[in-house]
Design a protein around this ligand. Structure first.
Ligand SMILES: [Zn+2]
Length: 623
């Protein structure tokens, strides 16, 4: 098995070498400016850094662990004697050089969040091989029993690397500024399919001598370690277009594929805005409902929550978002996590531009206007416009990286004009492709390539205020939607005492429902809540966006008829965006809500991803 793998590596290295004669694969640079230092990684990349990793791992579903080896190519500074990797809870058995000679290594003290540094003495080695296993409960991995899948017959495994979770199943320099190429050979039980965020070399897998199946993958573009991702399950595949397709469980396929019908058009629209899609295929993996996020932009294979499927394509902005990350995030990556808005703010802006290109300005305005609502709500939640937690640089609270970041770019667009701004952005992605970027680096780039010494423009843009100050600069551009203004009129009429039956909601999209439900006062009469629920069957809604917004309102009003709906929802959906506000809302309701929150979390947490459980424990149990 191992020998066969080495033969494959050799072959792939040769084919890379021949391709490289046309376009050499440069080793991605690291930034060494003071603000680019990543305090969430133990790695010291200036001394020695990983440039490539070959994973050879077996997914053991009985023990819920990944076991095998990670072989890394190392680039060391002259005189460097050691390399430091990040690990979290790994059981390491051996470290050798490329020739199999053992190398001395030591694990430092373990920090609960950051894990432990693994320091390896290089003794001149240019390649090191770490043999190890992950622990059950590894923070990146969720091992689902068959009961939590759509098909109910086979188990499922998926990873979530961002931000610093992958060190729990891969020893790595787990910093977004340290890019590397990778390959993987993943062995899974027969009958399951493995997919990863790279080129699939053996889509159907190959039998192993011990009756399992091995799948091989390759990523030739250097990526930060958090973008290495895996999904294993009973997966089917369907083509959506020449370079797009969807993986999901067979029973989910029809619904998923019909919701994703515009994917190929989206890739074209994105390319029309900011240049070529550089990753080859763009496929999507639609996961079971415990997936903790809306989506994750794993290269070549976006991971998606099934909750975006509402039958009407209303939430495909989520796909536009993850696709946009193929430029902002995956191509040009935040150098450190405090620069995260460079990923999320750019992407939220870009997402809206894709939506406009595909579905027209009115729909894009609805979504931009809702982002503005979300931004205002988050600023309030974080303590108001003076609060440090509203500063863009430094990981602001709520979704401000997304909303405030996008508003920043929309404001620049409005001031300089779309044509000039688009030309700049496209050149920006080209200039920094496959490289890390800091907030300071972006500001320097826009000054050098867009502002070019124009003092009037510099003053109008207020760049430093946007990037580093709390609250919102006075030039912030608010896009308003006519459709949402019409919703607001109906909200006002209902609040004044009008009947729910007078609300013209039959053609409302998810977004119009969200505007309506989120803008209702948090204190309504029981009669009004009864009226809403009876008229629109909100407690039974299969649209997770509408259902969770309704449940938030119900909790704020201690509306007990909605409790069965709340319980069913919390036990079937693990997406943080929906369930975190529900638990937080229950906790705000003192003696009424807190016992409900504790009971629900105790009963539902085995179905949530480890990262979600940790966050909910903090909300509910303060630990
Ligand atoms: Zn994103």
């Amino acid at each position: 098995m191992h020998v066969a793998f080495r033969a494959f590596l050799l072959a792939s290295a040769l084919s890379v070498a021949s391709a490289a004669s046309a376009a050499p694969l440069a080793i991605a640079p690291i930034l060494t400016t003071p603000e680019a230092k990543d305090v969430r990684s133990f790695a010291r990349p200036q001394v020695a850094r990983v440039t490539h990793v070959d994973l050879d791992l077996t997914a053991d579903f009985d023990a819920k662990i990944m076991r095998g080896s990670a072989a890394m190519d190392v680039l060391a500074a002259p005189g460097a004697s050691e390399i430091v990797l990040d690990t979290l809870g790994l059981d390491i058995t051996k470290v050798t050089d490329g020739a199999g000679r053992e190398l001395p290594w030591v694990l430092g003290n373990e920090d609960k969040e950051l894990g432990a540094p693994l320091t390896v003495q290089l003794k001149g080695a240019k390649r090191i091989v770490v043999e190890y296993a992950s622990k059950p409960g590894a923070r990146s991995l969720q091992w689902l029993p068959p009961s939590l899948t759509a098909g109910k017959q086979k188990p499922y495994l998926f990873s979530q690397g961002q931000a610093i979770n992958n060190r729990s199943w891969i020893p790595t320099q787990d910093s977004p500024g340290i890019r590397q190429t990778w390959t993987a050979r993943i062995v899974v039980p027969d009958g399951l399919t493995a997919v990863m965020s790279g080129e699939k070399l053996t889509p159907k897998g190959e039998p192993t001598t011990d009756g399992k199946r091995a799948f091989r993958f390759r990523m030739d573009h250097p990526v930060p370690p958090y973008l290495i991702a895996i999904g294993v399950g009973d997966l089917a595949f369907r083509e959506l277009g020449p370079r797009t397709g969807v993986y999901t469980e067979p029973s989910m396929m029809d619904r998923a594929a019909s919701e994703l019908v515009d994917t190929e058009k989206m890739v074209k629209a994105a390319e029309g805005l900011y240049g070529p899609y550089r990753w080859g295929r763009y496929d999507l993996l639609v996961l079971p409902p415990s997936f903790p996020l809306g989506g994750m932009e794993n290269p070549t294979l976006t991971f998606l929550t099934p909750t975006f499927i509402t039958g009407d394509g209303a939430n495909v902005s989520l796909v536009a978002h993850e696709l946009a990350h193929s430029w902002s995030g995956n191509l040009v990556t935040n150098a450190t996590w405090p620069d995260g808005w460079l990923n999320e703010g750019f992407t939220t802006y870009f997402e809206n531009r894709i939506m406009e290109a595909l579905y027209g300005a009115p729909r894009a305005r609805i979504e931009a206007d809702l982002s503005w609502d979300g931004m205002q709500a988050d600023i309030k939640e974080e303590g108001g416009p003076q609060a440090d937690a509203t500063k863009l640089y430094g990981q602001p609270g709520g979704q401000l990286e997304y909303f405030k970041g996008a508003t920043f770019l929309r404001t620049i667009e409005t001031i300089v004009g779309r044509e000039r701004w688009d030309a700049y952005l496209r050149s920006y992605f080209d200039r920094h492709a496959f490289q890390p970027q800091t907030t300071a680096g972006f500001l320097a780039d826009i000054r050098a390539n867009l502002i070019k010494g124009d003092k009037g423009l510099e003053a109008k843009l207020e760049l430093d205020k946007w990037a580093y100050a709390a609250g919102l600069p006075s030039n912030a551009v608010h896009i308003k939607s006519e459709a949402l203004a019409r919703v607001d009129e109906q909200t006002a009429a209902f609040v004044k005492g009008g009947p729910a039956s007078a609300i013209k909601a039959s053609a409302w999209t998810t977004q119009e429902w969200l505007r309506f439900l989120n803008n209702l006062p948090r204190q309504l009469s029981t009669a009004q809540l009864d009226d809403l629920d009876r008229t629109f069957k909100l407690s039974d809604s299969t649209n997770s966006y509408v259902r969770s917004a309704w449940l938030e309102l119900a909790i704020a009003n201690r509306y007990e008829p909605a409790l069965p709906s709340l319980e069913a929802f919390l036990k079937s959906v693990g997406r943080g965006l929906f369930i975190r506000p529900l638990y937080a809302g229950l906790m705000r309701q003192g003696d009424w809500g807190q016992p409900i929150a504790r009971k629900m979390l105790a009963e539902a947490k085995s179905s949530y991803h480890p990262t979600i459980v940790a966050g909910l424990e903090r909300i509910v149990n303060g630990s």
